[in-house]
Design a protein around this ligand. Structure first.
Ligand SMILES: CC(C)(COP(=O)(O)OP(=O)(O)OC[C@H]1O[C@@H](n2cnc3c(N)ncnc32)[C@H](O)[C@@H]1OP(=O)(O)O)[C@@H](O)C(=O)NCCC(=O)NCCS
Length: 150
């Protein structure tokens, strides 16, 4: 069964907090940080959930109201047991559909091969690096997506 991709509601917060812990470990967002994300749903955040009778993945976007300003893809994750089944791609497709005509930026650890491959596969290109940005000295790669003219 392929999960449905839908907009998050406040009821999703506990499940996303739990899934985020599993997916990001020490880099998890705190409950307070997630509360801020959900509070901003009415302002500039879009949170999409991959729902398979429960949340199995999510993507968080910062979508400024000024359309010339780039969208930031803040986070995307899929539960470990569901990876490599296309859910990350489903989330990315749905996220980029919402970014039609805009530029999307994201930041990824240079060694995060699964995320890097996902992003490149969806047309993101490296535009710069922050050397030694992460604890442990790993580079952060800044990637950009622009809708291809049809
Ligand atoms: C990155 C992540 C969201 C991918 O989700 P996913 O559901 O496994 O992705 P998909 O199954 O849709 O894969 C889509 C494509 O991404 C690439 N990809 C995904 N995982 C990969 C891996 N482990 N190795 C190489 N390529 C990979 C492949 O090109 C894949 O296409 P393919 O399966 O046809 O080869 C998932 O690995 C994850 O949650 N990682 C932990 C959280 C994280 O690091 N998030 C990004 C930083 S915010």
């Amino acid at each position: 069964m392929r999960p449905a991709i839908r907009a998050a509601t406040p009821d999703d917060m506990p499940a996303l907090v739990a899934l985020d812990k599993v997916c990001f470990g020490l880099m998890t967002w705190s409950t307070v940080a997630w509360m801020t994300e959900f509070e901003r749903l009415s302002e500039d955040r879009v949170i999409l959930v991959a729902d398979e009778g429960g949340a199995v993945g999510y993507v968080v976007l910062l979508v400024p109201s000024v359309v010339e300003d780039p969208v930031d893809l803040l986070r995307i994750a899929v539960g470990p047991a569901e990876r490599r089944t296309g859910i990350g791609g489903q989330l990315m497709t749905a996220a980029l559909q919402r970014c039609s005509g805009r530029t999307v930026l994201l930041e990824v650890a240079a060694g995060n091969e699964s995320a890097g491959a996902l992003y490149r596969g969806y047309g993101f290109e490296e535009i710069s690096r922050r050397r030694g940005y992460y604890a442990g000295g790993e580079d952060a790669v800044i990637m950009q997506w622009r809708e291809k003219a049809s």
